[in-house]
Unconditional design. Structure first.
Length: 411
């Protein structure tokens, strides 16, 4: 259903602020972080990042560029060297033709999303968001005056899956786009090739843009070296905008650098949108990104193996309690689970800070479909995750109800 947008404020000074901006939600993730970040001994598993700093070979490349004086305005679309490196990377990993003209460097994956939304959406237009979903996507649409429409993923014994009938039921005359994040944050949901083909057919049928967020595509624990992608099923003329980031694969969350992939016919439009927002990404940051793509494959492989091991450490411990509703995810680096007997997950997140000294995010931070769930990031070291699993499973053993055969969340 469309997200409600309140239009009033108790403070008369704010009366001139646009209603959609005034209504942007506070982050439920940040609430728990602020509540627990100063606790001694806290194990922080609330944010979507690992605990490994950016590797030295990336930092050294950026530092060398700084010392060489690369501190001036640069290409709005991105350094030619970086666009070429992205094209080589995508050709190697996804088997697509090597075409630098398809890639545009952005100041984070979030800016890539806002550029894509600016192309596809106007005020009052609707965008379909299979949910639960990272909250910034819905807020980004709302920021532009568009209407986010959350469409619940189905949930069952195998975890989360797409329901095309629900998407069909949500389409209106104002629907312009669908945003699909797979592998998904927070659920770990991974769309199959068949599901991607169904979404593509759905978008073609209704004349919709697809904004494809595949940033966790390398964090995949099924068969093959990456998750299924729209690259596997699309044709050249499909209206698909891919958003990407350097944050996850290369431990660069604080760098704020990403890219958007689009048909080259959109090149000047995308350049204009970048020009009129950030006027490009710092050249020295882009030099670090080139090093990430050209030298980073062993690091990426290590991060994926580490995440897989972390998933098993925590998931196996929680499942052993018999008091959680949890399906091991096939992708991303989050567990999305319920503790039987606890529906108020906002309060539960604060309680776990107080009583287990572990920080995890409430599922309601990711939309109404997250009610009854908690999100835990397992992109951490084995020792820390083992201790977090011990604390959480101990708390659950003492306080959780026995898990039933069917969860009330399954629909």
């Amino acid at each position: 259903m469309p997200s409600p947008i309140p239009a009033v404020s108790d403070d008369p000074y704010l009366d001139r602020v646009r209603a959609n901006i005034l209504a942007l939600p506070e982050s439920g993730i940040v609430e728990v972080m602020n509540y627990g970040r100063s606790r001694e001994g806290m194990i922080p598993l609330w944010a979507g990042e690992g605990d490994v700093p950016t590797p030295a070979f990336i930092c050294d490349a950026a530092a060398a560029a700084l010392h060489a004086g690369e501190t001036f305005y640069t290409w709005q679309r991105g350094l030619p060297e970086l666009r070429a490196a992205i094209a080589r990377y995508m050709a190697r990993i996804y088997g697509v033709p090597e075409d630098p003209e398809r890639y545009f460097v952005t100041g984070s994956g979030m800016q890539a999303i806002l550029v894509a939304f600016s192309i596809a959406l106007g005020a009052g237009d609707e965008i379909l968001l299979p949910s639960p979903l990272w909250p910034n996507a819905a807020a980004g649409a709302q920021k532009l005056g568009a209407v986010p429409v959350h469409v619940p993923l189905a949930y069952g014994a195998e975890g989360f899956s797409l329901d095309i009938d629900r998407l069909e039921a949500a389409v209106t005359l104002r629907t312009r786009a669908i945003f699909l994040n797979t592998p998904g944050n927070p659920t770990g949901f991974v769309a199959t090739r068949a599901e991607l083909e169904a979404v593509l057919a759905f978008a073609r049928r209704h004349g919709l843009w697809i904004i494809a967020d595949e940033i966790y595509g390398r964090f995949y624990y099924g068969e093959g070296t990456r998750a299924p992608s729209f690259h596997d099923v699309m044709s050249a003329d499909d209206h698909i905008l891919f958003v990407q980031t350097f944050s996850k694969n290369w431990a660069m969350t604080g760098w704020r650098i990403g890219w958007i992939e689009a048909d080259p016919r959109l090149g000047q439009i995308i350049e204009n949108l970048i020009q009129y927002s950030t006027s490009g990404v710092a050249a020295f940051m882009q030099r670090g990104a080139v090093a990430a793509l050209e030298l980073g494959e062993p690091f990426v492989a290590e991060q994926i193996a580490r995440a897989r091991h972390g998933r098993d450490i925590v998931a196996d411990a929680l499942l052993a309690t018999g008091k959680v509703d949890l399906v091991k995810p096939d992708g991303a680096f989050y567990l999305f689970f319920g503790i039987e007997g606890y529906r108020d997950v906002r309060r539960l997140g604060l309680t776990l800070v107080d009583e287990a000294n572990v920080g995890i995010a409430p599922g309601t931070a990711f939309g109404a479909g997250g009610a009854g769930f908690m999100r835990l990031c397992f992109a951490r070291g084995a020792a820390q995750l083992t201790e977090a699993a011990r604390r959480l499973s101990g708390w659950i053993e003492a306080n959780g109800a026995a898990a039933g055969a069917d969860s009330v969340r399954r629909a």
